[in-house]
Design a protein around this ligand. Structure first.
Ligand code: ZN
Length: 74
């Protein structure tokens, strides 16, 4: 069994999990923003939101917190 796998830094090609609701990438059981465990690994594009309160892009994608988001999830 391999349930203790960790993402180890940049440059790995393994697909990260993105929250199905807010599209935030997260590790672990649930999204820190909307507390859902619904995640998808089938996403396209990534964007880093660093100023979610001011950012037009954040508003556009519905980002409520800073972090890295998927642009599109399926
Ligand atoms: Zn979320």
């Amino acid at each position: 069994m391999d349930t203790s796998r960790r993402a180890g830094g940049e440059g790995k090609m393994s697909k990260k999990k993105a929250c199905k609701r807010c599209k935030l990438f997260f590790e672990g059981e649930e999204c820190p923003t909307c507390k859902t465990s619904q995640a998808v690994t089938n996403w396209k594009g990534r964007i880093n939101i660093i100023n979610s309160k001011e950012s037009d892009i954040a508003k556009k994608i519905g980002a409520e917190a800073d972090g890295e988001y998927a642009i599109k999830v399926t």
